[in-house]
Design a protein around this ligand. Structure first.
Ligand code: UD1
Ligand code: UDP
Length: 368
């Protein structure tokens, strides 16, 4: 079988890596199609180098733009590659514009689609990610739900249970594969460079609904400054390029927060694993903090990762400064004995096996 792996952003590269490893291990044919949605060295190539991924066979280099600009350019590019390569199946991961486009382009030309990390729902359609994941789920042929809850979301929307497989999330595979490496290597340099020998807080904030809204972004920065003052510990924020740009545009001040460039994966994992608390609006970081047993304060009003809250690893704080401090106080001494709800680190192996078993049937029944 020939598998087309479509990816375009930092989290997709990280979460697809375990699947690429399995395809390599089993000697199966595949190629990577990169949309170029992320393109800065520290949002893209650093992960290919560090995780030793094969180079993309195609890079559409669409770059940044409005939602229509990004998705429009990607659609044309992905379709062109699919018509040329005629892969047996396409795999997409997550909820970005790249995922929406990959799935849409593929079904229109008759290529079956497998959606990795299917069934997540924030139930907030004002988020671009929610729209992307709902559409991708409804047009995909194989849905790899990380948890039972995600499977239930899909069934509730009328998606046939025969297409849905609960596999765990490949982020667990990625963390298990890389944490020891991080401890041994690059990550230490990142810590030394920052001069934080002791306790600190780690932050990531980049979501459109937070950083494109000056009031919310300011509320978050103010809240993090309250946290820094109250606990007297450094707050380290590897800042996403979107957020850096918005801070400049809105004239926002980071105050006592330590802003650093986005980190490579091993450095980030190590910083994350040793943080007293993680503050984030990232999906992947909420999961990783839970896997690493680091309590998390989510700077959003909802989450499509409710499992993290149910096990006691995470709480929602929104964007109000006082609430952020209050939630930090609540989480800092949280008992860390929760169990990770995202699987056993073998999600990628399961996904590749399921693709192999399901494919003959899909090829026979594709009606496009
Ligand atoms: C995208 C995803 C979001 C995901 C995030 C992961 C969508 C709708 N959003 O958001 O779900 O959580 O990726 O990080 O797909 N930029 C650079 N260099 C880059 C990439 C982006 O400078 O390599 C800057 C540009 O100013 C760009 C802005 O970041 O305009 C936003 O990039 P974009 O890819 O549109 O969305 P993200 O915020 O990265
Ligand atoms: N990450 C990283 N360096 C950083 C910040 C995050 O390697 O400086 C990793 C993090 O470990 C996680 C992924 O990026 O695996 C999350 O991506 P992001 O927050 O950009 O997107 P989301 O998960 O919200 O879609």
């Amino acid at each position: 079988m020939n598998v087309s792996i479509v990816l375009g952003t930092r989290p997709e590269i990280i979460k697809m890596t375990p699947i690429v490893r399995q395809l390599e291990k089993k000697g199966l044919d595949f190629f990577i199609l990169h949309t170029g949605q992320h393109y800065s060295y520290n949002m893209d190539k650093v992960f290919f180098e560090q995780l030793k991924l094969p180079q993309p066979k195609y890079n559409l280099e669409v770059g940044s733009g409005t939602h229509a600009e990004e998705t429009g350019k990607m659609l044309v590019g992905v379709e062109g590659v699919l018509l040329m390569e005629k892969p047996d199946i396409m795999l997409v991961e997550g909820d970005t514009n790249t995922v929406l486009v990959g799935a849409l382009a593929a079904v229109k030309v008759g290529v079956p689609v497998g959606h990795v990390e299917a069934g997540l729902r924030s139930f907030d359609r004002s988020m671009p990610e929610e729209v992307n994941r709902v559409v991708a789920d409804h047009i995909s042929h194989l849905l790899f739900a990380p948890t039972e809850k995600a499977r239930e979301n899909l069934l509730r929307e009328g998606i046939g249970g025969e297409k849905v497989y609960v596999t765990g999330n490949t982020i667990v595979d990625a963390v298990y594969e890389n944490l020891e490496l991080a401890k041994k290597s690059g990550g230490n340099n990142a810590l030394e460079g920052l001069g934080v020998g002791g306790d600190y807080f780690l932050v990531t904030v980049h979501r459109q609904e937070n950083v494109d809204d000056p009031r919310r972004f300011k509320g978050i920065l103010d809240g993090l400054n309250l946290v820094q003052e109250y606990f007297g510990l450094p707050v380290i924020y590897p800042i996403h390029p979107r957020s850096r740009r918005r801070m400049r545009e809105y004239g926002l001040d980071a105050g006592g927060i330590v802003l650093i460039e986005p980190l490579d994966y091993l450095s980030f994992l190590l910083l994350e694993s040793r943080a007293r608390l993680v503050f984030t609006d990232s999906g992947g970081v909420q999961e990783e903090a839970c896997i690493l047993k680091v309590p998390c304060v989510t700077l959003r009003d909802n989450t499509e990762r409710p499992e993290t809250i149910e096990v006691g690893a995470n709480t929602l704080a929104g964007a109000e400064p006082k609430k952020i401090l209050e939630k930090a106080k609540l989480m800092i001494d949280r008992d860390r004995s929760w169990s990770n709800p995202f699987g056993d680190g073998k999600a990628a192996e399961r996904i590749v096996d399921i693709v192999g078993e399901a494919l003959p049937n899909l090829l026979n029944h594709t009606v496009y």
